[in-house]
Structure formats: C-alpha cells, structure tokens
Design a protein around this ligand. Structure first.
Ligand code: SF4
Ligand code: SF4
Ligand code: SF4
Length: 317
C-alpha cells in the first residue's frame, strides 16, 4: 500500500519497536474503507478509531465505515497504548531512596513497564543503591566537597533495560544494560523472514537450516526472539553489560565495557569492586573516568576480579 509523504512522516514519529505493528493496523484500517493509499488524515482517523472513537471514513469516496472500532482485538495496540509506551520510553524513572546528596541512580522507563525491558530494572537499581550505601562512598565524596555538592561531584549510576539505553549508561560512572543473546531454537524455521526484518543491526542471515547470527553486530537486544513466531529462535543467554568510566562536562568520555553478559551477582560485585578501587586508588578530586583513563579498563577489570578461591567472573569480548 502507498503512503503519502505526510502520512509517512507521521508514522516515523511512532517508536520504532511498534512502528511495524502500527503500520499494519493503519493499512488494514484504510483497506477496510476501500482505500489503497494512506493519507495524513487516515493516520489521524485510524489513531482516533483505535483509541476507541469510531472513525468517520468521510475522506474515502465510497468508504464503508460502519462505525465499529476495528482491529483493537487480537493483541493489536490502541493509540492509548502507543502513547503510554511512548511516554515510558522517553522517561527516566525517579525511584524513591535511590538518590542521595552525593550520588545519582537513574533508571530507564523499564521500571515503569516499558515492554522492551529485558531485566527487572527497579530491583537491579535498588540492589546497586544498597551496594553504594554500604560502600562508604557517600562520606568519602561528601568529605571532598566544601560548599554545595554540584552535579559533577556526584557518583552516577544508570540502569537501562535494553540496548536502547534510554537512561544513557554510556555517560555515567557505572552503567548497566540488560542483554538477551539469541540462539537457534528447537523448532524448525519457516523462512518467514520476520527476524531479519526486525533486526536493526543486520545481524541475522537465513540459511536452509535456520537463522545464523553475526555476534560482531548483534547487540543482544532480544527482539528477534520476540519476533519469531515459530520458536526457531530462543534466548541462549541473558545478563548485563556493565560499563565504567563515562562522564560529560568539560572533557566528556564514553564509558567502556567492563563485563559482558554478567549475572546479577557478578554485577553487584562489580559495582562494589569499582567503588573500592576508586576509593583506594582515585587521586584527590579525580572522577572515576579519570582513574579508568589513567589505569585502563583492563587493569580495573583485573583489580575487581574475584580472588582464586572465588568463582571466576564473566569475560569481555
Ligand atoms: S532502555 Fe529499553 S527498556 Fe529502557 S526505556 Fe528504553 S527502550 Fe525501554
Ligand atoms: S538480538 Fe541481535 S540478532 Fe536479534 S534483533 Fe537484536 S541485534 Fe539483531
Ligand atoms: S527464525 Fe523465526 S522469524 Fe526467522 S525466518 Fe525462521 S521462523 Fe521466521
């Protein structure tokens, strides 16, 4: 079906992960009314109709709108759902008790129910806040500052439920991203191609025996697992990407990967270890980013690794 430029521009504003579903709904709506091209007015009408108000179909010559609300059944999203999800994705959730005078713990909209989240954002953020509570970092940082605590004085943690990273874990001291790594499932692939269409990283190729994954491109977002209707893709592994040493300010720096596909225990220990190393080896006034720059992320990884008599930690590619 053709889309007029105005209609296509409106569709672009819908979050990418539900865009395909919304497109299908709108096309069905137009088709039901005898149309073959989607106009801007159709998009507005369809969204109103899907929200519960019947569309008029007046703009379609011979339109056969019968006043019913189409296609809200069968798991399709209403405009109200879409708006709710849009708000979640945009928001960073403020959870009580996570922020103190000298630290900030940001959580993405996963904590408010964003359907893309791969982790229990709220629980993870609370566990990390507990590690910080017990570390003595608050007193250490407070002791450094004379006068008001400014934004750059604070130790910052960000938790993101998926690789979309809405809470910006790349620009904080310690960042966490939920991960879900795909693998071939037990059931046969039908060759429908939905996984290939879904993957924004072009990380999937289809062969006769099923999907193949290019893990140098894959971000472990898990969306192909959700998209496959046949059970031919399954979650092979899940966990957390752990980042350290990011900051903004006068000399911005992106955080580097400390651990990949870590489990919750390894994540919690990593934060404890990073804070310990920071308190023991950070120079006066130095931010964690400066320490990571000075020692290198590899050295930090070694310094937080469990001793020989503990379980070995996860690796990094
Ligand atoms: S990071 Fe992922 S889970 Fe969190 S709000 Fe963004 S899209 Fe949703
Ligand atoms: S998990 Fe990897 S292969 Fe699957 S959609 Fe995400 S990036 Fe693509
Ligand atoms: S793996 Fe699943 S989504 Fe991909 S082509 Fe096969 S059946 Fe379709």
């Amino acid at each position: 079906m053709d889309w007029e430029p105005d209609a296509a521009a409106r569709l672009e504003k819908v979050p990418f992960f539900i865009r395909k579903k919304v497109k299908k709904q709108i096309e069905q709506y137009v088709q039901d009314r005898g149309g073959s091209t989607v106009t801007g007015l159709d998009v507005a009408e369809a969204r109103r109709a899907l929200a519960g108000e019947a569309g008029t179909g007046e703009n379609r010559p011979g339109g056969k709108d019968n006043g019913t609300v189409p296609h809200t059944a069968g798991g399709l999203l209403s405009a109200g759902d879409i708006e709710r999800i849009e708000k979640m994705v945009e928001s960073v959730v403020d959870l009580e008790g996570l922020n103190t005078r000298c630290r900030q713990v940001k959580v993405c909209g996963g904590a408010a129910g964003c359907p893309l989240s791969l982790i229990q954002d709220r629980k993870i953020a609370q566990s990390l806040a507990r590690v910080l509570d017990q570390s003595g970092l608050e007193d250490r940082l407070a002791g450094r500052v004379e006068g008001p605590v400014l934004f750059h004085h604070k130790f910052k943690v960000a938790v993101a439920g998926c690789p979309n990273a809405c809470s910006q874990p790349q620009i904080v001291d310690f960042g966490v991203i939920g991960q879900s790594r795909p693998g071939r499932g037990e059931d046969p692939c039908t060759g429908c191609g939905l996984c290939v269409e879904t993957c924004r990283e072009n990380a999937i190729t289809l062969a006769e025996e099923g999907p193949g994954f290019d893990f140098s491109r894959c971000l472990n977002c898990g969306q192909c697992i959700q998209a496959c209707p046949a059970g031919a893709i399954k979650e092979e592994e899940s966990g957390f990407k752990v980042l350290a040493g990011g900051k903004l300010g006068r000399h911005p720096r992106l955080a580097e990967t400390l651990l990949d596909l870590a489990d919750e225990d390894q994540l919690v220990k990593a934060l404890g270890g990073v804070v310990r190393v920071y308190m023991d080896h950070g120079r006066s006034g130095e931010r964690l980013a400066g320490l990571v720059d000075r020692l290198g992320i590899g050295r930090i990884r070694e310094m937080i690794a469990p001793s020989d008599n503990e379980d070995s930690g996860p690796g990094v590619d």
